[in-house]
Design a protein around this ligand. Structure first.
Ligand code: AMP
Ligand code: TRP
Length: 342
């Protein structure tokens, strides 16, 4: 807490280093991270490798994916001088507070988490304990910095509600009102839910078996243009206003992507394109996507040519993150009554 008795305006968000970032991650999360770095906030952005290992990860690939995600963050505009960039496992306070939150959170709360149900499907018994308790570690990621704002895509809303429940229960149980803040989710922007290019009812996801379903940030200009060209559409021309997109998930998705990439509202896009066919709209969307996305891959590859420099940046970020987190963890231990004598 600062001198005024309120929490410092602090942003925390995390992305798993498990495969390449796609356009959904960029428009739903990372683009907002970059904007918030320029606003009146402390900003911490984390590669959540401890969350990634809740499902099997090949060790060598995990290390590479962590460096790739760091490079993607920077290529999208995150600046290690303005934001703290680091990987979760280098700051052990996350896991330590995560354990305490395993003892604060309730089994009934976790049983309601839809992400676990989606990921586990019929195989819940065979999933790792870590996948089940994933949200308590996520609460710890956020609260170990007393973060007040968390920019994420819509799919993380339920986890952030749980984070607030844990904070409130902790503050109540240990009679320390206001110790953990009630974190505010920031779910905004034109594209908080980018859908698959092959099926407008499924979200764009790195786990979709079809690579044509997503635009990866590392895709070449040719691949980006090809994927837009092959994107599923319907035979109708584009509607004149947003209401006309209601029952047309594929059209809605492509217009949403155009809107987010161009910075125009959906209505403004339809003002220009309403009544026109996809045969005309798609090439314009392909050009815009190539213009906005292709330079990211070029910059990522440049950064990845010097892995030692990426490791240095992440080490430095971890030191700065630990400086904020350690005193908060020490105070937490005091509230709980855990003895520390060194
Ligand atoms: P993940 O890839 O699941 O670790 O997600 C990283 C961030 O990207 C989170 O804030 C997600 O909410 C966001 N995100 C993932 N997929 C999408 C999508 N299809 N549309 C919008 N945001 C997304
Ligand atoms: N659960 C998030 C996702 O799947 C990643 C994440 C882990 C996260 N810890 C976080 C996001 C803390 C925001 C804040 O996308």
């Amino acid at each position: 807490m600062n001198d005024a008795g309120t929490h410092t305006r602090r942003v925390f968000s995390g992305v798993q280093p498990s495969g390449n970032l796609h356009l959904g991650n960029y428009l739903g999360a990372v683009k907002r991270f970059v904007e918030m770095q320029e606003e009146d906030f402390d900003t911490l952005y984390c590669m959540v490798d401890l969350h990634a290992i809740t499902v099997w990860q090949d060790p060598e690939e995990l290390t590479n994916a962590t460096r790739e995600l760091a490079a993607a963050f920077m290529a999208c505009g995150l600046d290690p001088k303005k934001s703290i960039l680091f990987n979760q496992s280098q700051v052990p306070t996350h896991a330590e507070l995560g354990w305490i939150f395993n003892c604060v959170g309730r089994v009934g709360w976790l049983n309601r988490m839809t992400q676990f149900k989606d990921k586990a499907g019929k195989n819940a018994e065979k999933m790792s304990v870590g996948l089940y308790s994933y949200p308590t570690l996520m609460a710890a990621d956020i609260l170990v910095y007393h973060a007040t704002h968390v920019p994420v895509g819509e799919d993380q809303k339920q986890h952030l509600e749980l984070t607030r429940d844990i904070a409130m229960k902790f503050n109540n149980d240990f009679k320390c009102p206001g110790f953990f803040p009630e974190t505010e989710p920031i779910i905004e922007g034109a594209a908080t839910r980018v859908m698959s290019l092959r099926d407008g009812s499924k979200k764009m996801s790195k786990s979709d078996p079809s690579d044509l379903s997503r635009i990866n940030l590392i895709d070449s200009a040719e691949d980006i243009a090809k994927k837009i060209r092959k994107a599923k559409t319907d035979p109708e021309p584009l509607p004149e206003s947003a209401d006309g997109l209601a029952e047309r998930p594929e059209a809605k998705n492509l217009v949403g992507i155009y809107s987010a990439l161009s910075g125009q509202s959906v209505d403004a896009v339809l003002g220009e394109w309403g009544g026109k066919q996809f045969g005309e709209f798609k090439p314009a969307l392909a050009d815009l996507s190539v213009e906005m996305v292709a330079p990211i891959a070029v910059e990522m590859n440049r950064l990845l040519a010097d892995p030692a420099e990426i490791d240095r940046i992440l080490g430095d970020g971890a030191n700065r993150a630990a400086e904020i987190a350690e005193p908060i963890l020490a105070e937490t231990y005091k509230h709980v009554g855990l003895l520390r004598s060194r």
